[in-house]
Ligand binder design. Structure first.
Ligand SMILES: C[S@@+](CC[C@H](N)C(=O)[O-])C[C@H]1O[C@@H](n2cnc3c(N)ncnc32)[C@H](O)[C@@H]1O
Length: 199
């Protein structure tokens, strides 16, 4: 396996995250934690007993725990790293509101169409944009996010990239490939003021 990529380019690779999570057992939140983002999350996704949320590329972040503590009752988490999913399953085995599944966000066929009220992405599109074939991979990812979201569902994206850059990928995937009715577009929440705290 080619591992001669630069460190940020490796952010899109499963081996990189497996290695990293093998050596990093404490929880870590990229960019912002739940408590600082909760006003924004609450605004677009108030806790609701029947709502189902999907956190993509969850890593070992405590974000979903924060959601459950705040009253969200069905928070599904996926990550490409089996190492982190095993660890999170072990850690949260006593919290039925939290589910952890090993899955590639570019291929979420285990989920039905229109099965989530919200998709939350903190740093995962960013990781894919760092890697090779980023245009193709980000398009696959956005198409899958779009597919699993219900009508009027929300895609909450916390990104370190400038908004115009990410918009290009979203519009490329959703508008030009699908040519959908604009009124069905989910809301997008942009957080572009984050400091560059990625390690
Ligand atoms: C920058 S970290 C963010 C982790 C977490 N969301 C947070 O905010 O702390 C990116 C995460 O995306 C995951 N990831 C990268 N590519 C992925 C893919 N194709 N499918 C699912 N997860 C992926 C990585 O394993 C890693 O946990």
């Amino acid at each position: 396996m080619a591992r001669e990529t630069s460190s940020t380019q490796s952010y899109s690779e499963k081996w990189y995250w497996d290695d990293r999570y093998t050596n990093e057992s404490d929880s870590f939140d990229w960019y912002q934690n739940y408590s600082s983002l909760s006003p924004l999350i609450n605004l677009y996704l108030p806790p609701h007993p029947t709502h189902r949320s999907l956190v993509i590329g969850c890593g070992n972040s405590a974000f979903s725990e924060g959601m459950v503590d705040a009253g969200y009752e069905d928070v599904v988490n996926i990550d490409i790293s089996s190492v982190v999913i095993d660890a999170m399953n072990k850690k949260h085995s006593d919290r039925p509101q939290l589910k952890y599944l090993k899955m590639d966000v570019r291929d979420m066929k285990a989920f039905e169409d229109a099965s989530f009220d919200a998709v939350i992405d903190k740093g995962t599109l960013d990781s894919i944009l760092c890697g090779s074939n980023s245009r193709q991979h980000s398009t696959q990812m956005i198409e899958e996010v779009w597919r699993v979201l219900k009508d009027k569902g929300v895609y909450i994206l916390v990104t370190i990239f400038v908004v115009d850059y990410v918009l290009f990928y979203l519009f490329n995937a959703i508008i030009f490939d699908f040519i959908r009715d604009l009124s069905y577009l989910p809301d997008y929440i942009w957080s572009s003021q984050l400091s560059a705290s990625a390690v």
